[in-house]
Write a protein that binds this ligand. Structure first.
Ligand code: HEC
Ligand code: HEC
Length: 227
C-alpha cells in the first residue's frame, strides 16, 4: 500500500491543480449559493468527475443523476478501501486516485460522512449527461445482442433499459462504455466485491467478455434523458 501512496498524492495534486484552473470559469454560475455544489468543487470531485458530474475524465464514471444511496455507499467503500478494482494504466487499483484525494497519507479523512451525504444528494438531482455518440461506430448486431441479454438477465435489478433501478441500485443506462465494461469484468473476477453484489455475481460469473462488450455497447447508447 505505502508504495502506492506517492502516485495517489500526485493524482490528488493533479486533481487539486485542475480544480484551481476550473474555479474561475464556474464562478459565473454562483457556486457559493449551493453549499453542496461548492463542496463538490472544493473536495476535488469535479477534477475527475467533471462539471456537475457530467463530464468525467478518462474512463471515470459520470455521476449526475445516479442513485443517492448507491453513491453514498460507493464513496464510503472507496474511502475505507473496501472497493478497489483491477489495476488501471498506472498499475494501481482503479479507486486509488480518488482515495488519495479523500484520505491523507496518515489515513485521516478529508471529507466527513455528512459531506459525502450532501454531495450525493446534490449529484442525484443533477440532469444526467447527454448521450455521447461512440468514438467508433458500434456493431448493430452487438447492440441488439446486448439489448436481449439485458432484458433477460439484468432488468430485474437495474430496471427497464437500465433507467429504473431498484432503490439503492445503480443506474446503468447512458454510463460510459469503457466504464461499464470494466466494472462487469471486475465484478465477475471479484476485483470488485461487496455484499450487495452477491445476486449479480451469480449471473455474471457465467458470462464472457463478449457478453460484457455487447451489454456495454447497448447500455452506453441508452439515452437517460429520453422519456
Ligand atoms: C483522482 C480522481 C477522483 C477524484 C478526485 C474523485 N473521484 Fe470518484 N471516482 C474516481 C474513479 C476513477 C472512480 C471509479 C473507480 C473504479 O473504477 O472502481 C470513482 C468512483 C466514484 C463513485 C462511484 C460511481 C459508480 O458508478 O459506482 C462515486 C459516487 C464517486 N466516485 C464520487 C466522488 C466524489 C463525491 C468525489 C469528491 C468528494 C470524488 N468521487 C473524487 C475518481 C475520482
Ligand atoms: C440481483 C440484482 C442484480 C442483477 C441481476 C444485476 N445487477 Fe448489476 N448491480 C447490482 C447491484 C446491487 C450493484 C451495485 C453493487 C454495490 O452497491 O456495490 C450492481 C452494479 C452494476 C454495475 C456497476 C455500476 C457502477 O456504476 O459502477 C454494472 C455496470 C452492472 N451492475 C450491470 C449489470 C448488468 C449488465 C447485469 C446483467 C448481466 C446486471 N448488472 C445484473 C445488482 C444486480
Amino acid at each position: 500500500m505505502s508504495s502506492n501512496l506517492p502516485k495517489s498524492i500526485v493524482l490528488a495534486a493533479f486533481a487539486a491543480s485542475t480544480l484551481m484552473v476550473s474555479v474561475p470559469a464556474s464562478a459565473a454560475d454562483k457556486p457559493k449559493r449551493d453549499p453542496a455544489k461548492k463542496l463538490y468543487m472544493t473536495k476535488t470531485c469535479m477534477a475527475c468527475h467533471g462539471k456537475n458530474g457530467r463530464k468525467a475524465m478518462l474512463d471515470y464514471p459520470n455521476l449526475a443523476g445516479q442513485d443517492e444511496k448507491y453513491m453514498v455507499r460507493q464513496i464510503e467503500d472507496i474511502i475505507s478501501g473496501k472497493r478497489t478494482g483491477s489495476p488501471d494504466a498506472t498499475g494501481n487499483p482503479r479507486s486509488e486516485g480518488m482515495r488519495g484525494a479523500l484520505v491523507t497519507a496518515e489515513g485521516e479523512r478529508r471529507i466527513s460522512k455528512d459531506e459525502v451525504k450532501m454531495i450525493s444528494k446534490w449529484l442525484a438531482k443533477q440532469k444526467p449527461a447527454d448521450l455521447k455518440p461512440p468514438k467508433e461506430p458500434l456493431d448493430p448486431a452487438s447492440v441488439e445482442a446486448g439489448k436481449k441479454l439485458y432484458s433477460k438477465k439484468c432488468k430485474a435489478c437495474h430496471g427497464r433499459e437500465g433507467k429504473k433501478p431498484l432503490k439503492g441500485n445503480p443506474y446503468v443506462a447512458g454510463q460510459k462504455r469503457a466504464y461499464i465494461y470494466t466494472q462487469m469484468v471486475d465484478i465477475r473476477n471479484k476485483d470488485r466485491k461487496g455484499p450487495k453484489l452477491a445476486g449479480m455475481y451469480g449471473i455474471v460469473k457465467k458470462m464472457s467478455d463478449d457478453d460484457f462488450a455487447n451489454l456495454a455497447d447497448y447500455l452506453s447508447q441508452v439515452d437517460r434523458n429520453a422519456k
